[in-house]
Design a protein. Structure first.
Length: 125
């Protein structure tokens, strides 16, 4: 029983843990059309981890929401998406000469999460 409980705690603790490439990156939680994501960016890559429970989410719908979340948090269009219904990796297209259009900011509001990162982004005391 103790082994099962220990294993369950390990799995639950890893629900929104970033991949190694994104460790230490600032995280922003954003909700798009009922899906809530923790979005992190490092260079030309962004990672969106879906943190809310959804019954049998389909990758197509979740991927479109993750793309919107990444674009709103980073301000850059997404060139390509990879991943599954829980973790989506976006390859960004920032600073390209043909990228003159700004990403439309929708009614969702992105709020930095200060308590997740011990170093925290600037302004998190």
């Amino acid at each position: 029983m103790k082994k099962f409980l220990g294993a369950a705690l390990v799995f639950l603790a890893a629900c929104n843990t970033p991949s190694p490439h994104f460790r230490g990156a600032e995280v922003t939680r954003i909700t798009v059309q009922g899906s809530t994501f923790d979005v992190r960016r490092r260079g030309r890559l962004a990672e969106a981890i879906r943190v809310n429970p959804q019954y049998a989410p389909r990758l197509g719908a979740v991927a479109r929401r993750a793309e919107t979340a990444i674009e709103q948090v980073t301000g850059c269009p997404v060139r390509e998406l990879r991943g599954d219904a829980a973790v989506v990796l976006g390859i960004l297209k920032c600073g390209q000469p043909d990228d003159l259009a700004r990403i439309r900011q929708g009614p969702q509001r992105a709020v930095p999460i200060c308590d997740r990162n011990p170093l925290g982004p600037p302004g998190c005391d």
